[in-house]
Structures are given as structure tokens and as C-alpha cells.
Ligand binder design. Structure first.
Ligand SMILES: *[C@@H]1O[C@H](CO)[C@@H](O)[C@H](O)[C@H]1NC(C)=O
Ligand SMILES: *[C@@H]1O[C@H](CO)[C@@H](O)[C@H](O)[C@H]1NC(C)=O
Length: 257
């Protein structure tokens, strides 16, 4: 039940909002505590989606090329889904081949805004550590449960956290669909460059998928970055694997247009 730990307090707080105005008093407030800061922000603003992205919100540093000139950040989303693979044999002499991915895209702009706000004093850098903790936190939560929680949040707050879909077309083209926003908010992309996911202290070999920059082939969104990946990499060989298999992952997707 470890997966309920991060999200349950958030969910309970959301449910309380609807029934009592001073729900905040029911929660301990140790300053600086991870969950308390999330709760306080949620309870004060009640705003979970469509937060304005401030100037201090900048793409995590990596060896990937920076966004092209003239583009601006349109969405920060959390993708939760699977990376898919195929294996020609189940022997240790062949390696898994990538066969696309499927993920739901959740709006995390308000977490980015919260982080930017929390880090503007002289004691903190704006490193968005709260935001970047989310992919690791969400990866162990079963896929259906993340969608279910988003549905509950929608039911109780009227706000829609699930704002898009990432998948591959039949031609194997990576596609991001956020047309719920506006008709231009989509991209058919191709890989531009890739960087190994950085090691995480204390985790050993993580199996995190590479960080990527994708460029637009078509669509109103022009560039997409996949960063702060959690999971998604296949085993090194096909030994004992079935012909088709999936590996759970989550990652931040930053979309520019
Ligand atoms: C692959 O499997 C064979 C026999 O099953 C074994 O002899 C060999 O050492 C294995 N190679 C690796 C790299 O694990
Ligand atoms: C990946 O696998 C999942 C689960 O089997 C499936 O629903 C999805 O359609 C697959 N996506 C791609 C791009 O093959």
C-alpha cells in the first residue's frame, strides 16, 4: 500500500475542501514539510491546473540542446504509462527492441508554480526539487489508480488533471495530443537528441529511460523534452522475456510552441 502514502493526504484534503471551510486546521503544519507545503498551497489556492508558468520555470539542465529561439514553454506535464518492447527470441543473445510508448499526460504546472514561489527567498535556489520528486513518487502507483485519482479530483474539484495523451502512431511516430486545450496543441515528433538519465544517489542502477529532445514534424507544438525519467528501460537481454512486453515509467514532459 506504499503507493497510497503520497497521494492519499492530498486526496483527503481535496475531499475536505468541499465539506469544511477550515479544513486546513485538521492538518499538522510543520514548516518545510513536503506534504504540508503541497496541502497548504492546494487549500489556499484550490487551483490544481492551468497555473501560469513563471519566468523562473526553466528546463532542467542536461546535455540536451536548449529549446530553439522564439519558442516558449506551453505545458509542463507528467507522463505516466508504459514503454513497450519486443523480443525476437527469449535468449540472452538478443536485446529488447523499443516498440513505442503510451502515457497519460497530467498537468503539473501548479506544482511548478508552487515550487517557484517557495524558492524565491535567499536560502533557496529555484531548483524545482518538489516538482522533480513527482516522477519517482508516481512510478510505483499502479496505472489504473493514477487515472482513477485524477477522475476523483475532477469529480470533487471540477478540475481536469489529465490533459493529454502520448502514444505512437501506426507508423511509429511519437505523438502528443493536448487538443482538449486548443486545436493547435499537438505534435507529431521525431527524436532530435538523447542523454543518459543521471544517476540517482542511493538507488544504484535505476533503469530510467534516457532524457530526450524531440522536434516537431507537424503540429502547433514544436519541441518536446522528456526529463526526470523514472523507470522505462528494458532489461539488458531478452532472457526469459515474452515476445511483447511493457515497462512502467513516468517522466516530465516539457512542451514548447
Ligand atoms: C547466456 O546463456 C548461456 C546458456 O544459457 C550461458 O552459457 C551464457 O553465459 C549466458 N551469457 C550471458 C552474457 O549471460
Ligand atoms: C503499449 O502497451 C500497452 C499495454 O499493452 C498498450 O495498451 C499500448 O497500446 C501499447 N502502445 C504502443 C504504442 O504499442
Amino acid at each position: 500500500m506504499i503507493w497510497t502514502m503520497p497521494l492519499l493526504p492530498i486526496l483527503i484534503s481535496l475531499l475536505s475542501i468541499t465539506s469544511t471551510a477550515d479544513a486546513r486546521n485538521h492538518f499538522p503544519s510543520s514548516p518545510g514539510s513536503f506534504y504540508t507545503s503541497i496541502l497548504t498551497n492546494l487549500l489556499q489556492s484550490l487551483r490544481l491546473t492551468h497555473c501560469a508558468l513563471s519566468d523562473t520555470t526553466s528546463l532542467p539542465q542536461s546535455t540536451l540542446p536548449t529549446p530553439s529561439e522564439g519558442l516558449s514553454l506551453k505545458f509542463i506535464t507528467l507522463g505516466r504509462g508504459t514503454q513497450n518492447y519486443t523480443c525476437a527470441t527469449n535468449a540472452n543473445t538478443s536485446a529488447p527492441e523499443a516498440a513505442g510508448a503510451t502515457a497519460t499526460l497530467f498537468d503539473i504546472s501548479c506544482l511548478a508554480a508552487l515550487d517557484a514561489g517557495a524558492n524565491t527567498d535567499e536560502f533557496h535556489s529555484s531548483d524545482q526539487s518538489l516538482l522533480h520528486a513527482v516522477p519517482d513518487m508516481l512510478k510505483p502507483i499502479p496505472l489504473g489508480s493514477t487515472d482513477f485519482l485524477a477522475t476523483l479530483v475532477n469529480r470533487f474539484t471540477g478540475q481536469n488533471l489529465a490533459i493529454g495523451k502520448h502514444y505512437f502512431t501506426n507508423e511509429g511516430v511519437p505523438f502528443f495530443d493536448l487538443r482538449g486545450f486548443s486545436p493547435d496543441d499537438w505534435i507529431a515528433a521525431k527524436k532530435d537528441s538523447e542523454a543518459d538519465a543521471p544517476a540517482k544517489p542511493g538507488y544504484g542502477i535505476t533503469g530510467d529511460a534516457a532524457w530526450l529532445k524531440l522536434k516537431g514534424v507537424e503540429g502547433g507544438i514544436r519541441e518536446v523534452y522528456r526529463v526526470h525519467t523514472a523507470g522505462g528501460d528494458p532489461p539488458a537481454t531478452c532472457e526469459g522475456m515474452s515476445e511483447v512486453f511493457t515497462v512502467d515509467y513516468s517522466a516530465e514532459y516539457w512542451l514548447y510552441g
